[in-house]
Design a protein around this ligand. Structure first.
Ligand code: PNS
Length: 167
């Protein structure tokens, strides 16, 4: 079975992430969405909240599983028996960081491969950072996040308001 991991902070999940998950799930048998716990960023949403939002946002994709992970991504891959990492590329500005990560991961674990999916142009300007900024200022994020999580994001984003930064 071909197992892939789509790792990230997902703080919170956006329409761009869902697009990558829908397409990524078609190229592997099982796609594990790995939600980074204790990253260097100070998130707006707790890891439990991010996992719940992701579960709602991906309920329509049968071969997806959402799991928090801690530590090195390559250790999570080994633990899950996964050989593929899926990442989305929005623009050339993403490339340098993504290339570095892919090369660092492969030097730590040569059996893995990173597969980049280009973001759908209609979502290429969307990021979790922008969503959080709009939320902090009480704006409308309905064009940026999945409909299935919109109410929860307003509720949680409002209650966690002010505690955050990061992507
Ligand atoms: O959504 P993000 O914040 O761009 O995702 C970054 C993520 C979670 C993929 C990356 O920070 C990561 O894999 N962190 C785990 C620690 C690790 O393995 N670091 C070494 C390779 S960069």
């Amino acid at each position: 079975m071909r197992i892939g991991v789509y790792p990230g902070s997902f703080d919170p999940v956006t329409l761009g992430h869902v697009d990558i998950m829908e397409r990524g799930a078609k190229i592997v048998d099982k796609l594990i969405v790995g939600v980074l716990l204790n990253g260097t960023k100070n998130p707006m949403f707790t890891v439990q909240q991010r996992v719940e939002l992701l579960k709602k946002a991906t309920a329509h994709i049968p071969n997806i599983q959402v799991c928090p992970f801690e530590g090195l991504l390559v250790d999570f891959l080994k633990q899950e028996g996964a050989g593929i990492v899926i990442r989305g590329l929005r623009a050339v500005t993403d490339f340098e960081y993504e290339l570095q990560m892919a090369q660092a991961n492969r030097s730590l674990y040569p059996a893995m491969e990173t597969v980049f999916l280009t973001t759908n142009v209609k979502y290429s300007f969307i990021s979790s950072t922008i969503v959080k900024d709009i939320l902090r200022h009480g704006g409308d994020v309905s064009h940026f996040v999945p409909r299935s999580v919109l109410d929860s994001i307003y509720f949680l984003g409002g209650s966690n308001h002010g505690s955050s930064d990061g992507n």
